[in-house]
Design a protein around this ligand. Structure first.
Ligand SMILES: CC(C)(COP(=O)(O)OP(=O)(O)OC[C@H]1O[C@@H](n2cnc3c(N)ncnc32)[C@H](O)[C@@H]1OP(=O)(O)O)[C@@H](O)C(=O)NCCC(=O)NCCS
Length: 166
């Protein structure tokens, strides 16, 4: 993985505007991406972005609040070839090595089966389902799902189940 730097803003805008992102609520346009880079959204005090072999990008964010999150995007032509899975394995290790975080979190749309498969593979556990929270571009509200992996599970290779007893 190669760290994105703000001088690569044009390249990032090219990347984000050349694939479809069916599970994201908004289509990124060039000027928005350039403005976001200038504002520190992609690389700043609480966010870092990495290129995945120039065939994908992953933005790590909320790096300062104890439970970091990420937004992973693989170019449309490169999906289903193992890149997303490799990226989640890498970023989870990177976050636990470089931050004192006890958990890494991930949210996605409930029908994003590829993303959910990738998360389950890396010991992220389903903790929540958020009903009608995730708008698509037509305004239809889909359910979202929340996952997290615990540091202890990452270190030991185990999976701590959610305790649903109250
Ligand atoms: C979701 C995404 C990151 C997954 O990365 P990927 O490189 O396509 O996925 P991989 O090739 O690593 O596949 C990982 C697993 O998902 C499974 N998978 C892939 N596509 C799938 C699909 N459409 N339905 C069900 N499972 C799927 C694979 O079979 C694989 O499991 P396996 O190794 O047990 O066979 C990628 O498809 C993507 O960028 N999609 C668009 C952006 C997006 O939705 N990002 C998530 C935002 S929350």
């Amino acid at each position: 993985m190669e760290r994105f730097t703000p001088d690569q803003a044009e390249e990032l805008a090219d990347f984000l505007t050349s694939s479809d992102w069916p599970f994201h609520s908004r289509v990124p346009d060039r000027s928005t991406v350039l403005r976001q880079v200038a504002d520190g959204h992609w690389d700043g005090p609480s966010a870092q972005t990495f290129w995945i072999e120039r065939r994908g990008v992953v933005r790590l964010f909320d790096l300062d609040d104890g439970s970091p999150l990420f937004d992973l995007r693989i170019a449309a032509a490169e999906r289903g070839r193992g890149l997303g899975s490799r990226a989640v394995g890498w970023l989870t290790g990177y976050l636990f090595e470089t931050l004192p975080a006890n958990r890494v979190e991930a949210t996605t749309r409930a029908d994003n089966h590829a993303m959910r498969a990738v998360l389950a593979k890396h010991r992220y556990v389903l903790e929540a389902r958020y009903r009608q929270t995730w708008p698509d571009r037509a305004g239809v509200l889909h359910d979202g799902v929340g996952y997290a992996v615990l540091r202890q599970d990452w270190d030991s290779g185990s999976v701590t189940p959610v305790n649903w007893e109250f």
